[in-house]
Design a protein around this ligand. Structure first.
Ligand code: SAH
Ligand code: SF4
Length: 340
């Protein structure tokens, strides 16, 4: 919603300023799904407003619930007809995280990711990012009577290629007068955009940073994460070291395991030495993500191979988690979002 336009409209209609606050509260705090639900406003005003203003800049076209009920994938339509996906994930009882998109498509084009296949269509606006929260939050309130606790910028797109809009959205999400989440409940995942990491350290030192590493040698990483050709591992190491030094925060390292590509013992050893060249193991949590099928020519390692890799990293002294693949039955798992 364009609050500036709304404010001008209310003023022109001779309505008192407190109406503006009522609308803001209903949208951000009450997570109203439509003007009908903004019941603090008199009915004729609601009707007038619904003819003039959309409550959200994204329109829910579909909400698919996984068989286990622990993931919900939304297909949202944008004003120009493009589509994006957003996923609600129930990671712990009553704890919901929202995985938001930042771009339509992605310019990085990692060869294992469905989002990157078609390249970048366009950036999302700050409203289009924030409104994924408002629309999914309204759904969760209505359907389950629950709230979104965490936001992860891990949907479609590379957040730091759309830094300004992502920064604006984080401000709205953390503003106590609007959505009011703590910075610690927000995580941004990047494919290793070095200038973005540097800005993020200054602007949002309490938010969580996740790096999609996937390889610790330039030759392989150039292939798996083409952004590496622009920001090679040596530059990424320096940026992460500075990030850790200035924020004193740990970094989440995402590593998609692809059988026969990046999951050998010697690659685990290389990961260990590269991370140690950045900072001590206590500054990292390694998040192993078994490859999710996206129609790309990669294979998911067998369970015992995943265990071996995880075990090795633990022996090297790192905290390791293996990401659960929620929502793969609705193509809502990592890397599967294509906006179809
Ligand atoms: N562009 C950002 C954020 C979105 S991608 C980034 O790359 O970090 C979110 C995560 O999903 C990344 O860690 C990415 O590497 C991972 N991912 C992409 N395709 C995947 C696949 N097929 N299987 C498992 N994880 C995948
Ligand atoms: Fe873009 Fe991330 Fe997919 Fe790579 S993994 S193509 S950076 S969305």
């Amino acid at each position: 919603m364009d609050f500036q336009k709304l404010s001008a409209f209310l003023e022109k209609s001779g309505l008192p300023a407190f109406r503006m606050k009522q609308v803001r509260d209903a949208v951000y705090r009450g997570l109203a799904a439509s003007w009908d639900e903004v019941t603090v406003l008199p009915a004729p005003l609601r009707e007038k407003l619904s003819g003039e203003f959309h409550l959200h800049s994204v329109e829910q076209l579909e909400a698919q619930v996984s068989a286990k009920g622990d993931a919900v994938k939304f297909l949202f339509g944008l004003k120009d007809g493009r589509k994006i996906e957003t996923v609600l994930l129930n990671l712990l009882p009553e704890k919901w995280s929202l995985c938001v998109s930042t771009q339509v498509g992605c310019p990085v084009r990692c060869p294992f990711c469905a989002t990157g296949k078609k390249g970048l269509k366009r950036n999302l606006s700050p409203d289009e990012i924030t409104d994924q929260f408002l629309a999914a939050g309204a759904w969760l309130r209505k359907e389950r009577g629950q709230k979104i606790g965490n936001v992860i910028f891990m949907g479609m797109g590379e957040p730091f290629y759309n830094y300004d809009a992502v920064g604006e959205a984080i401000k709205v999400m953390t503003d106590p007068d609007r959505i009011g989440l703590g910075q610690r409940h927000i995580s941004v995942s990047t494919a290793g955009h070095v200038p973005g990491i540097r800005r993020f350290a200054k602007d949002f030192p309490q938010c969580n940073l996740a790096i999609s590493l996937h390889a610790s040698e330039d030759a392989l990483r150039n292939e798996l994460v083409p952004l590496n050709r622009q920001y090679p591992l040596s530059q990424l190491a320096k940026a992460l070291n500075d990030y850790i030094f200035s924020t004193r925060r740990r970094v989440f390292v995402e590593y998609v395991l692809m059988d026969g590509v990046n999951n050998s013992r010697s690659q685990a050893a290389k990961l260990n030495s590269w991370l140690r060249s950045v900072a001590a193991p206590k500054y990292f949590t390694i998040n192993l993500i078994p490859y999710n099928r996206t129609g790309c020519p990669y294979r998911t390692p067998a369970k015992d191979r995943i265990k071996v890799f995880a075990g090795l990293m633990e022996t090297y002294g790192f905290e390791v988690t293996v990401r659960k693949s929620l929502g793969d039955d609705i193509a809502g798992a990592c890397g599967q979002l294509a906006g179809k």
